[in-house]
Design a protein around this ligand. Structure first.
Ligand code: TXA
Ligand code: MG
Length: 309
């Protein structure tokens, strides 16, 4: 039996220093009061996450964002994508009240305003910024439905149910370094779309950069099954297809029969979850183009297929 949460109850839990998972447009987040060190610590414990990994701080509006970080004119231009799947890494404002453990003691802070009405209502009702990594045990697939969150934590984490996430992969993370923009993690907002909107190139951080960002850990976003990329499925495997696909008798999901990368991003984690649940030892994945959102999709798939620690 799952408990149905309403916003007021969820906000009360957060204010008491408890955890609550909530929907965003990208993936479900495991939220805690970002100003409460003990609450944030329990995120790390619940996820089994390495302590050195700083968290994204979710706010409801620019006024709240301005209390946490310094916004340069360039940062303000990028903030026009909010609410939306873009996280900005900015210089932290001294005395911003965030728990050190939420930002791993860095003098920068990663912030976003999520584009999901329940997330915004929850942050407003809690009345404080929420630290929220994806609501999955560390190293596992990110959840895009409330059920996946419940299953991932065996029902131990309360979840505000907002239906399936529309974007399906995590936010794009961009660090603003004076006049330079550096993408730390490819995500649900295509780098090319940001560049086109602001008329400025974005550098790409090397994948193994220290404190880069996302699954900075090379093996991340991993299903239980082994993942084989750019593959033609063999008997006994499960198959994650994209676009017009060969007929295959085993468990099969198609990220997007019409080869639409937005649809593919939305389906990515859910379909990996499904194929993992089929019990196949290996998931063969069709080639996915690298343009637009293909950058984020290929990044997550490469991490899912990396050798496990
Ligand atoms: O879509 C998303 O971004 C989801 C939803 C729930 O909003 N959240 C998410 O958070 O993916 P998380 O904690 O899994 O990813 C945070 C990433 C980490 O890899 C971390 O390294 C990076 O953001 N990060 C956080 N603060 C940073 C900072 N000050 N400098 C560089 N990277 C930072
Ligand atoms: Mg995550």
């Amino acid at each position: 039996m799952s408990v149905l949460l309403d916003i007021a109850t969820a906000a009360a839990l957060l204010r008491e220093g408890k955890l609550c998972a909530f929907p965003t447009e990208t993936v479900y987040g495991l939220g805690a009061d970002a100003t409460n060190a003990d609450a944030v610590l329990s995120i790390y414990d619940t996820k089994g996450r390495p302590r050195f990994n700083p968290l994204i701080i979710h706010v409801a509006d620019l006024a709240m964002a301005n209390t946490l970080a310094e916004f340069s004119p360039l940062a303000e231009r990028l903030a026009r994508f909010w609410p939306g799947p873009l996280t900005l890494v900015l210089p932290a404002k001294p005395g911003n009240g965030l728990a050190d453990i939420a930002t791993a003691g860095l003098d920068s802070v990663a912030i976003r305003i999520p584009a999901h009405p329940l997330a915004l209502e929850l942050i407003r009702a809690a009345g404080r910024p929420l630290a929220a990594p994806s609501a999955n045990p560390s190293g596992r697939l990110s959840p895009t439905t409330a059920d996946q969150v419940r299953n991932g934590f065996a029902g131990r984490v309360p979840v505000l149910d907002g239906g399936p996430c529309t974007a399906g992969v995590e936010s794009t993370i961009v660090r603003i370094d004076g006049d330079r923009l550096v993408q730390l993690r490819a995500g649900a907002l295509a780098r090319s779309d940001i560049e086109a909107a602001i008329g400025k190139a974005i550098e790409v951080a090397p994948k193994d950069a220290p404190i880069a960002a996302p699954g900075m850990l090379v093996s991340h976003y991993a299903p239980r099954a082994i993942v084989r990329l750019n593959a033609v499925p063999q008997p006994g495997e499960a198959f994650l297809a994209f676009g017009p696909a060969p007929r295959f008798a085993g468990p099969t999901r198609n990220l997007s029969p019409a080869a639409d990368l937005y649809e593919a991003a939305r389906n990515l984690f859910s379909m990996l979850h499904d194929l993992d649940a089929s019990g196949a030892a290996t998931i063969a994945v069709a080639p996915i183009p690298f343009d637009g959102l293909g950058e984020a999709i290929n990044d997550r798939l490469e991490r899912a297929s990396a050798p496990r620690p």
